[in-house]
Design a protein around this ligand. Sequence first.
Ligand code: PLP
Length: 373
Amino acid sequence: MKQYPFLDLALANGPYMDELKAAACEVIERGRYLHSTQTEQFEEEIAALCEARHCVSVSNGLDALRLILRAYKEMGIMRDGDEVIVPANTYVASVLAISDNGLVPVLCDPREDTMNLDSSLLESLITPRTRAIMPVHLYGTPCWDTALMQAARDHGLRIIEDNAQAIGAKSNIAGLNGTFITGGLGDAAGISFYPTKNLGALGDGGAVVTNDDALATTVRALANYGSDKRYHNIYPGYNCRLDEIQAAMLRVKLRYLEKENETRAAVARAYHDAIDNPRVKAPVIFEELKQIWHQFVVRVENRDAFRAHLADNGVGTDIHYATPPHRQPCYHQLAHGPLPVTERLAGEVVSLPIAHPITPDDARAIASIINRF
Ligand SMILES: *Cc1c(COP(=O)(O)O)cnc(C)c1O
């Protein structure tokens, strides 16, 4: 029986092994392990990809989001106790970035079809203390619309994209800067290069992308001990740098990102067209968007039996995410309204294999297994 592991990173990186090894050797032999040409060039490439003026490479996606919010605090734009609206069905890191800065996460229930932030709920969540909205492009589906921009404009809010899952995705509606690509839509964006992401390092990595000169300068200083120049510290900062080896790995993989995203889209289309089971709901393909399919997430009520059926037939699955942030022990004191869509999604979502080496033919084979459930 053919096996379809959910994700095997050694296999996923297989096509690039030789190039990765050569690039790593180059950095090792050159002897400059931080603050050098690989990170500089990687930053330029990511800024260009996101059609933004600045990219600051950082240690991981959580730090990227933390640094944006901390920088806004240093810039006097946010203060302790200010509120940031964030979707309730996200990876916990989006919320951690907010609470870690002494800010208050205000959870917004998602839309059923996009599984992303429901912008029609924003007005009911905005208070005099709201300072920002953090849309998350979950699973690689862009979360952007005019209601979001309108709410931000009307109330003077920053829009901080959590672009951890959607590098290379495109909205059909222009962002604040007139561009369509996620990471370049709002005031600032955090990106993650966690190994499982579409552009994954061989370890941790992240980036802050923005058109705001002052924000970029502040983030860069904060990520380097708070120093604006050598041995001169203007903020009590952190060490959140990306290292040269990871930048080199990411530059190799960046060259193939578009091709990888296209393959994922073909696999998603194959799943979508071939899944034909009233008990299993496939995600919506939005023709007007460019979704990059970080995950292909179906919904099924009898999830445990479904996953067991797939496992019995050699198909690995995962759940993103079974426990939403407001159900985590660390947030038991976080106030929030009813979150019925979040709760329902958390009980039904199942992620199917989508990364390399899964092909559209594999997706059709897996779909026929699904259709027998
Ligand atoms: C992965 C992820 C993060 C955190 O990124 P790390 O690099 O793992 O710190 C934040 N938000 C979302 C939505 C993510 O998927």
